[in-house]
Ligand binder design. Structure first.
Ligand code: SF4
Ligand code: SF4
Length: 346
């Protein structure tokens, strides 16, 4: 295990939260140095091999929250859900090129807003793929979602929320106190359900806190979350440092302990995110399932699966052009000021 992984582990986040926070805020300094060293000293300047390292399918671009740290509030694109036939095509195409695992977390959006979401999960599981997703859990208590999720076979399930007390989660997620209470009650009911039915699932409570981690840990011991955590029904992670969504999120957007990550100064290598594919609700295939500036319809779109197969799109010239342009100093607009950048050293 790399030293950085140990220092940023869940345990470290609980016992010495300042360590992972500082590391995550400034780790781009190390990446800048690594890029310069590889580029100028080791002269690693070769051609990048293009092949997808992962696929995200975006079932929904609609969200029911407005988190302090998220660019959804600036999103100008259409709020839509992916039709099942497009989803099936994406899954089938991905299997044909050797894909085994799919991420269902929208770049911007909430999966439980999509009325056809569980039909999509069923299809994907029937095809033998594994999947992971993040949900803000606000709609867990609606539409029998707790049982559906418990029985879904999803491999890795992450619940995003702000705190063990709804008034703080409401502030971070930009929702009403009653919606935040539903969010927390829903997560607890879900944990109770998988515990009672002995359903095996990797469930992670992903805190996006505005209060210090130690305070939350102390208060958690007074809630039912602690019982489930101690029983090993879920694990816990805290995110304290956030990226800037290509420059859209500023310090003033964040709350309490939340801080912005340092923006990398050196971008001489393409970003690793450019080897990730995402499929948008209308079938557009876009590089980087992580970040977007106001619209998905930008210079990272490389094709559409309703017109071509994913395999053909991957071999098309647009992807190569984007990578080569990056290496020649012409970056996609969204990458310019993005603090989520990770160098892909050739
Ligand atoms: S982080 Fe997720 S839940 Fe929060 S506003 Fe963005 S898309 Fe919605
Ligand atoms: S720099 Fe940011 S926007 Fe560009 S590919 Fe990387 S993560 Fe995505």
């Amino acid at each position: 295990m790399r030293i950085q992984q140990i220092l940023c582990s869940g345990t470290m986040q609980q016992v010495a939260p300042v360590v992972p926070k500082t590391l995550s805020k400034y780790n781009t300094i190390g990446e800048d140095i690594e890029s310069l060293f590889n580029y100028y000293i080791l002269r690693k300047r070769g051609k990048i091999e293009i092949k997808p390292v992962g696929l995200g399918i975006i079932p929904s671009t609609a969200c029911n929250a407005s988190c302090s740290f998220c660019a959804y509030k600036f999103f100008k694109g259409r709020r839509e859900f992916m039709p099942l036939n497009i989803f099936k095509k994406a899954v089938d195409d991905y299997i044909k090129i050797g894909g085994k695992s799919i991420g269902l977390t929208p770049t911007l959006g909430e999966v439980l807003m999509d009325p056809g979401f569980f039909d999509k999960v069923k299809y994907l599981k029937r095809k033998g793929l594994s999947c992971s997703l993040f949900t803000n859990a606000i709609l867990l208590k609606k539409n029998d979602n707790i049982s559906k999720l418990a029985e879904s076979g999803i491999d890795n399930l992450h619940f995003d929320f702000g705190d063990v007390f709804p008034e703080y989660s409401a502030k971070v997620f930009g929702i009403s106190d009653s919606a935040a209470k539903d969010q927390l009650d829903g997560i607890l009911e879900f944990l109770g359900e998988i515990d009672r039915r002995k359903i095996k699932m990797n469930v992670v409570l992903e805190f996006r806190p505005m209060r210090p981690v130690r305070e939350i840990m102390k208060d958690m011991k007074k809630t039912a979350f602690w019982k489930f955590y101690k029983k090993g029904i879920c694990t816990i992670l805290f995110l304290q440092t956030y990226d800037n969504w290509g420059g859209q999120i500023k310090k003033g957007n964040l709350l309490g302990i939340q801080e912005l990550k340092r923006v990398p100064k050196v971008k001489i290598y393409p970003c690793q995110g450019l080897l990730m594919l995402s499929v948008l609700p209308d079938g557009d295939v876009r590089l980087c399932g992580c970040r977007v500036l106001e619209t998905f319809k930008d210079d990272l779109v490389i094709g559409n699966i309703t017109k071509d197969s994913l395999g053909k799109i991957c071999k098309g010239k647009r992807w190569r052009e984007i990578i080569d342009d990056f290496q020649n100093g012409k970056r996609p607009k969204v990458c310019d000021n993005c603090s989520f950048y990770r160098p892909l050293i050739s």
